[in-house]
Design a protein around this ligand. Structure first.
Ligand code: AMP
Length: 209
């Protein structure tokens, strides 16, 4: 299985990737996770990427493509992968196509997780994490029980001004990939505005098409 999960921040790509890893036995390759890891480890790449990430912009293509090339060369990626958060623009999609052509392993499909922009904004701005247990709540859709005593914190990249920028970048740079992959006959669209299991079943059906 070689698929791309396409969708705006907050559409549930990470959650669904993890479920697909369990059922299909192929790794999730998340450029966001790889970058966050590099930032946490203070590698040179991480230090270069940090400013763009903190402001909700894309990290430069050369950095991201280098990371992907290296990740593809690991043994666990031989039988397939779930790409989560990559490609993010047309240049990355073209580079990916070329890389996979060279490896003789083209993509099977690209799953678009479709979600209304207003819902995305609410999901992201409402997200709060319990300082004590790490549990994720949403002040709009899944608030903590009345007796909840611990402090809830907001991740820095869930701040409204950064989310706005990330959604803007998605609209301008990533959304054109929908047409790109539709023209290539690879696009499958699923409704991401449902509970985790329902969305997972839709993705499972979509990738079998
Ligand atoms: P994510 O967790 O996928 O939302 O990614 C978090 C941040 O990492 C993004 O806002 C970007 O700054 C950066 N990032 C992740 N993937 C890419 C990519 N494919 N191209 C450029 N920047 C990326």
């Amino acid at each position: 299985m070689r698929i791309v999960l396409l969708g705006a921040p907050g559409s549930g790509k990470g959650t669904q990737s993890q479920l697909l890893v369990k059922t299909h036995g192929v790794p999730q390759i998340s450029t966001g996770d790889l970058l966050r890891d590099a930032v946490a480890k203070r590698t040179e790449l991480g230090q270069r990427a940090k400013a763009a990430m903190d402001s909700g912009k894309l990290v430069d293509d050369a950095t991201v493509l280098g990371m992907i090339r290296e990740r593809f060369s690991k043994p666990d990626a031989v039988n397939g992968f779930i790409l989560d958060g990559f490609p993010r623009n047309i240049a990355q999609a073209e580079a990916l196509e070329k890389m996979l052509q060279e490896l003789g392993t083209p993509l099977d499909s690209v799953v678009l997780m479709n979600l209304d922009l207003g819902i995305l904004f609410k999901r992201l701005t409402g997200r709060r994490i319990c300082e004590e247990c790490g549990k994720v709540f949403n002040v709009f859709t899944a608030p903590p029980a009345a007796g909840h005593k611990h402090r809830l914190i907001q991740r820095p990249d869930d701040k409204e001004e950064v989310i706005g920028k990330r959604l803007e970048v998605y609209e301008a740079q990533t959304k054109p990939l929908i047409k790109y992959y539709d023209a290539a006959g690879l696009l499958r669209v699923v409704d991401a505005d449902a509970d985790v299991d329902t969305v997972f079943k839709s993705i499972d059906r979509a990738v079998k098409k």
